[in-house]
Design a protein around this ligand. Sequence first.
Ligand SMILES: Nc1nc2c(ncn2[C@@H]2O[C@H](COP(=O)(O)OP(=O)(O)OP(=O)(O)O)[C@@H](O)[C@H]2O)c(=O)[nH]1
Ligand SMILES: [Mg+2]
Ligand SMILES: [Zn+2]
Length: 361
Amino acid sequence: MRNDNPHGLVPWGWNAAVATRFAETGSPDGIPARVIMQERHVYTIVRAPQIESRARVAGAFEYRAATPSDYPMVGDWVVVDVEGTVVHAVIPRFSVLSRHGAGDETIEQVIAANIDAVFMVFGLDGGRAFSVGLLERLITIVRRSGARPIVVLNKSDSAEPETIAQIGREAELVAQGIPVHVVSAKSGHGLDSLVAEVVSGETVCLVGKSGVGKSSLLNALAGTRLEREGELRADMQGRHTTTHKGLYRLPSGILVIDVPGIRELQLWGDEWDVADSFPDIAAAAVACRFNDCSHTGEPGCAVQEALADGVISADRYDRYLDLQREAAFLRRQTDRRAREDERRKWMRITREQRMKKGARR
Ligand SMILES: Nc1nc2c(ncn2[C@@H]2O[C@H](COP(=O)(O)OP(=O)(O)OP(=O)(O)O)[C@@H](O)[C@H]2O)c(=O)[nH]1
Ligand SMILES: [Mg+2]
Ligand SMILES: [Zn+2]
């Protein structure tokens, strides 16, 4: 296997752990690269020593890929040919931020790969810029991903102090110990302490609704306007709405993935991820009489008790149950899909064996 100076990739997050997985992937004549942008089936990759090129997946890759999540994603480490035009393999991911894909089918949609932290960005400028429901969902998918969740309340310059205090309290209540940062991409307020959440070489992903200021934060953190070909589109107000995911390098050595705004967020995770995201409810549940208490009316339910005492709010409890139901449904669907995939695999193997036998006769 070729290993053409992957040290040129250190500024893009290359480290000993990636090197080990790259070596284990064992693709002959392949060199490592990182996916920094994706447009349909074309991937912009950066390979040692820091050369960008456009690549597509190899035919054999296409043949092996079973689900959309098998394909390269922004943040992925991949094995490419020396020219950097063909992707042969995706190096096993260290972390994956996923959501449920749009539509009824149970499909994992990967938002970004190999991220260390996620900035969950909201606006402080009133209206629907902040939503506890979305924050709870985001926390659940980030918990699932393995990356560190961080709440970012942006646009502090355009909000009254009372509004900031009130939204800050609501966010803290849901965050349950996850760091919450009040910042302004415009004035620079709070950016230093936000940036201290990550270190050089780490990758952070920005997620949130459209217009909350994710790209503005990226530019403010970079201290300059970062633009990438084909990435920006001015809408009617002359605003630039992000249309493609992109991975950017800050002068400080921190890597940032900017993502187009999300409209709604369907869950990707199981009941345990949801429970982890509601430590207040999980803590109360420890005292429930039954181990498998659903907290919906069983005798001796400590969650119901906490609800009656006002320790847990009725709204939060309702949203918790909603997410638990969604997670349970998702798991049933995923299990069924796995069983069907298994059945199809055995049918194929049996058919192949029959064909071989037939050929021998
Ligand atoms: N007053 C104020 N405006 C801000 C701040 N951050 C961003 N904005 C404005 O909010 C609008 C949206 O900012 P963007 O950075 O494009 O938002 P985004 O989250 O990247 O949006 P999408 O790419 O559509 O997901 C722009 O008009 C910005 O100038 C801030 O801290 N204060
Ligand atoms: Mg944007
Ligand atoms: Zn209970």
